[in-house]
Design a protein around this ligand. Structure first.
Ligand code: SAM
Ligand code: DTB
Ligand code: SF4
Length: 331
């Protein structure tokens, strides 16, 4: 969708917007299911990048201590636990600028992915920048989806990160799609961005070809020690509006209500599910910060008559349409 269309949606009265997004949601996702994804930080902290929201950047003094890459056996144990608790996607995150073919750590990651992919869950990784070869090798090892968020608009991105560019993020996403992995890409609300920035981010995501398979909408978890430590929380109704617009703009994507859920009431989360969210991070920890208890999440779904999503091992990356480019021209 184009910016003007998204702005028209944004300008609708709240009830009109969520009624519309509910319609799109029911037409595309009639199952009343919510995808449960478990996150594991397999390499925590000490990152060279300066993303100003992040607890794991080595440039800020946060409570996070840098750790080494986790042992494969420990990762497998956590993955089995996640599967046994009902997760259908296991997402492994690493605090790296990126990975490079031919390095020991990339070989270790490929080996880990091969083993995790045998457990019968969708395997997602988020390791930072990838080139063509790295993307192909991850796909061959069994990665089904790659998470790489564009985070905000191209214009605002420069105010948030200086060690890599918005275009670098798009290049990685191109390599992910070319290798045949599904793209998981979304952003963060609460980085001091304007409504225009938020809508521009959704415009870019909705024009990916093929569209992203999943779109995480994070609300900033302010981290003491980072430049955004004192940021104001995002207005609850703005979160719901963004979920609703994402649902309408990218009807076939899983819209994931991501970071920030621990700070949200059950009623606000319910409104987000009604507006079009159909995926959550499940388990009491995100990467370095907390998430609601699994039991509380399952109880909430039960109260709402929603079901955890059934396992889907055969996830294939969506087909590419020929005529649309990955990204619209960046002005
Ligand atoms: N290093 C990799 C990268 O940058 O893509 C992967 C890990 S990174 C922590 C993954 C995403 O988590 C970020 O792009 C951002 O959207 C989200 N994130 C990180 N810190 C956050 C915070 N404090 N609050 C909300 N979302 C956050
Ligand atoms: C995404 O969009 N959100 C997740 C996942 N992808 C990797 C990460 C959220 C991190 C929240 C802050 C933390 O726990 O450090
Ligand atoms: Fe590093 Fe990713 Fe955090 Fe940026 S968001 S500092 S790249 S771990």
């Amino acid at each position: 969708m184009q910016y003007n269309e998204l702005k028209e949606l944004y300008d609708l009265p709240f009830f009109d917007l969520i009624q519309k997004s509910r319609g799109v949601h029911e037409a595309n996702w009639p199952e009343r299911e919510v995808q449960l994804c478990t996150l594991l930080s397999i390499k925590t902290g000490g990152c060279s990048e300066d993303c100003s929201y992040c607890a794991q950047s080595a440039r800020y003094s946060t409570e996070v201590e840098p750790e080494r890459l986790m042992e494969k056996c420990d990762i497998l144990e956590r993955a089995k636990l996640a599967r046994d608790n009902g997760s259908t996607r296991f997402c492994m995150g690493a605090a790296w600028k990126g990975v490079r073919d031919g390095t020991k750590r990339f070989d270790q990651v490929l080996d880990i992915v091969e083993s995790v992919s045998e457990l019968g869950m969708e395997v997602c990784t988020t390791l930072g920048e990838l080139g063509e070869t790295e993307a192909q090798k991850l796909k061959e090892a069994g990665v089904t989806a790659y998470n790489h968020n564009i985070d905000t608009s191209p214009e605002h991105y420069k105010n948030i990160v200086s060690t890599h560019t918005f275009q670098d993020r798009l290049n990685t996403l191109r390599h992910v799609q070319d290798a045949g992995m599904s793209v998981c890409s979304g952003g963060i609300l609460g980085l001091g961005e304007s409504t225009e920035d938020r809508l521009k981010m959704l415009e870019i995501l909705s024009n990916f070809n093929p569209p992203p398979e999943s779109v995480p909408i994070n609300s900033l978890v302010p981290i003491p020690g980072t430049p955004l430590a004192e940021s104001q929380g995002v207005d609850s109704f703005e979160v719901v509006r963004m979920i609703a617009i994402a649902r309408i703009a990218i009807p076939g994507a899983k819209v994931r209500l991501s970071a920030g859920r621990k700070q949200m009431s059950e009623e606000l989360q319910t409104l987000c599910f009604f507006a079009g969210a159909n995926s959550i991070f499940y388990g009491d920890k995100l990467l370095t910060t907390g998430n609601p208890q699994s039991e509380a999440d399952l109880n909430l779904l039960k109260k709402l008559g929603l079901e955890p999503q059934k396992p889907n091992r055969d996830l294939e990356a969506p087909e590419k349409e020929e005529e649309r480019p990955l990204e619209p021209a960046l002005s």
